[in-house]
Write a protein that binds this ligand. Structure first.
Ligand code: NAI
Length: 330
């Protein structure tokens, strides 16, 4: 039986984790969940929001499913999410965005994949206060990280039957940093003649995404553009309740929804488990459990097609009622 680390998070995390664990269990797939707590709940007892045992567990099991963990704003501890990405060198942030059945949005036929570089750019955290009225934040772009993320995007395209990988930059203005990203992309693109290359400036991309999102396939972006564009893309398919994600490195992968811990609806049995379930489905595909992934995906799609929804999508089902409908459709 496969062992997978489960970080059930805080806020709505435990509720949606329970729902997803139940659905996977009822699909017939046996998984030994190595449950690890993290975040503010463990600070008092263990002195840190990300105890060593959590990273040790992921290092041992290689794969984790993670529900959201709260990060205090402007004070308190550093984000558990950012720490995990750094410690495990999870350099690729993968966010597939696809329309789901009967979730009405402004667009049909959205089926794009965002590949965001996760380790550098303005997120390197190199900032300095020059004087009271001036602050600097340094944007780091390296050939090594740019080539690595572009290769990841092309490999993903090949493995998943995608046709095009489009590089997103602002290389007309940031000629050195974004220029290096683009040059790295062009070098890697030559190794994949079967995939169509494309380049676009990030401002033009935003305009085109809200006009014709169906025109895009795989997008590869430096960290900051990737962060912003992936939230825009989540909005195209129905919002945070359905936006899945994964952080993938050479040795380890952590699958998690895009959304946070939603403290406003914590403990009310209202949260939509779909984003975590879609992340889990992607995780099952990643570990080669394709038939169970398909079975669960079909059950989710059928449930949505039958009109069953949680409140965030205009429905009236609770987390547990919605999960029970999915289980019935397995
Ligand atoms: P959020 O994503 O938690 O919530 C934004 C809005 O979306 C809220 O109204 C919430 O109720 C709703 N929402 C989110 N997920 C939902 C779901 N599954 N079903 C129904 N409604 C849902 O963003 P917010 O409020 O900015 O962040 C709350 C906390 O989460 C913060 O401490 C933040 O740092 C943390 N966070 C953690 C992440 C992670 O663990 N990967 C990612 C993003 C934020």
């Amino acid at each position: 039986m496969r062992t997978i680390t489960l970080i059930n998070g805080d806020g709505i995390g435990p509720e949606i984790s329970q729902s997803v664990v139940n659905i996977i269990e009822k699909s017939g797939l046996e998984i030994n969940w190595d449950v690890q707590t993290a975040g503010s709940d463990v600070i008092e007892t263990e002195g840190t929001p990300l105890p060593q045992r959590v990273t040790d567990s992921i290092k041992k099991n290689k794969i984790a499913l993670k529900a959201p963990v709260t990060t205090p704003i402007g004070k308190g501890f550093r984000s558990v999410n950012v720490q995990l990405r750094k410690t495990l060198d999870l350099y690729a942030n993968l966010r597939p965005c696809k329309n789901l059945p009967s979730i009405k949005t402004r667009y049909d036929n959205v089926d794009l994949v965002i590949v965001r570089e996760n380790t550098e750019d303005l997120y390197a955290g190199i900032e300095e206060q020059i004087d009271q009225n001036t602050a600097h934040s340094i944007k780091i772009i390296t050939r090594q990280a740019s080539e690595r993320i572009c290769r990841f995007a092309f490999e993903y395209a090949v493995k998943n039957g995608r046709k095009e990988v489009c590089a997103v930059s602002k290389a007309n203005i940031m000629k050195l940093s974004d220029g290096l990203f683009l040059e790295s992309y062009r070098n890697i693109a030559k190794e994949y003649p079967q995939i169509k290359p494309k380049e676009i400036l990030v401002d033009n991309l935003c305009m085109q995404l809200v006009q014709n999102p169906e025109k895009f396939d795989v997008l590869v972006l430096p960290n900051l553009y990737g962060d912003i564009v992936s939230d825009l893309a989540a909005g195209l398919i129905g919002g945070l309740g359905v936006a899945q994600g994964a952080n993938i490195g050479k040795d380890y992968a952590v699958f998690e929804p895009v959304h946070g811990s939603a403290p406003d609806i914590k403990g009310q049995n209202k949260a939509n488990p779909t984003a975590l379930l879609l992340s889990a489905i992607e995780m099952l595909k990643y570990i080669g459990e394709n038939s169970y992934a398909k079975k669960i995906e079909n059950a989710l799609y059928k449930t949505l097609s039958q009109g069953y929804k949680t409140a965030d999508l205009g429905g009236d089902l609770s987390t547990t009622e919605f999960s029970a409908k999915i289980i019935r459709n397995l």
